[in-house]
Design a protein around this ligand. Structure first.
Ligand code: BV8
Length: 248
């Protein structure tokens, strides 16, 4: 793939890199996106499942949905896009992944600085006493798991619609974006806020905004550079370019 001279110059000079990622980066690992043609929101309404009210109304249904997604996530493998991002750490001083994804694939790919804005599907907590439970601690045989200490309902540790993002993680993600030299925006429709503010903040703070997506998005006109194609193909090609420009 031929890259623009400006992008090559940025890759040569940069020190701090942020990858802001969404569901699209995991599509090639076999995990459905939310809003694409086969997106999960096409079949279900987000507010029907990804909200606290939905959970209180029908905890079993919400649990079943997350168990279904956990199974897919557990069977999934990080794809060449996740792996390329992890390998960037060999060539740059500071590489951060600020992700909207809850699938844990960036960590499994080996990325060291991962900021999970919307939580992690492998973690759960009691809505009463906030005791945390990993997926191994829970048996879900159709009946919703309850807390061993207080009997409260246990929920997935993900951020639902209408819920605040984890403040410290969001602030850290913002700070990484502000201080970045290049901000890659990979596989996101960029319509969910406040997460979608991160790339905007990066660009406003002087970062070079590079979009990697299979199609145009809300951010395309705002980005400095757009690369259209599957992130599992494009990111390894950018990494190959970096290897010729910089020493590990
Ligand atoms: C908040 C849960 C403050 C975890 C998710 C009314 C009341 C309250 C808030 C709001 C409101 N109205 C609007 C809001 C704000 C709301 C929001 O932004 N809504 C949107 C839909 C308009 N945000 C919130 O509610 C947030 N909290 O505002 O709190 C507050 C509090 C109280 C009261 C008022 C305000 C919380 C948002 C978090 C919601 N949680 N998921 C889970 O179960 O997963 S959202 C869900 O969307 C996921 O987290 C996902 O990560 C996120 C973003 O989606 P994307 O990742 O971008 O995925 P998508 O499918 O959309 O796009 C995929 C892209 O990949 C596409 O562009 C596609 O082209 C591309 N692609 C596909 N294949 C590839 C590819 N690209 C490259 N390669 C490929 N191979």
């Amino acid at each position: 793939m031929k890259f623009s001279d400006e992008f090559i110059e940025k890759l040569s000079e940069a020190e701090r890199i942020v990858f802001f990622t969404g569901a699209g980066i995991s599509a090639e690992s076999g995990i459905s996106t939310f809003r694409g043609k086969d997106g999960i929101w096409n079949k279900l309404k987000p507010e029907e499942l990804a909200s606290f009210d939905a959970f209180l109304r029908n905890p079993e249904l919400v649990w079943e949905w997350y168990q279904y997604r956990r199974k897919i996530v557990n069977e999934a493998q990080p794809n060449p896009g996740h792996l390329a991002i992890a390998e960037f750490e060999k060539y740059y001083k500071d590489v951060s992944v600020v992700t909207q994804n809850v699938d844990n694939l960036h960590r499994r790919a080996g990325s060291s600085n991962v900021y999970e804005l919307h939580g992690n599907i492998e973690r759960n907590y009691c809505i009463n006493c906030r005791t945390f439970y990993n997926k191994e601690d829970l048996q879900f045989s159709g009946k919703i798991p309850v807390c061993k200490s207080c009997g409260g309902l246990i929920r997935p540790d993900v951020v639902w619609f209408g819920e605040f993002l984890p403040e410290d993680i969001f602030n850290d993600g913002e700070s990484k974006a502000i201080h970045s030299d290049i901000c890659f925006v990979v596989g996101t429709s960029a319509i969910v806020y406040p997460a979608a503010n991160i790339p905007i903040l990066a660009k406003r703070s002087g970062s070079f905004l590079v979009e990697v997506n299979i199609e145009e998005t809300e951010l395309t006109n705002f980005a400095d550079y757009s690369l259209f194609g599957p992130s599992g193909k494009i990111l390894p090609q950018i990494l190959e370019e970096v290897k010729t420009l910089r020493k590990a």
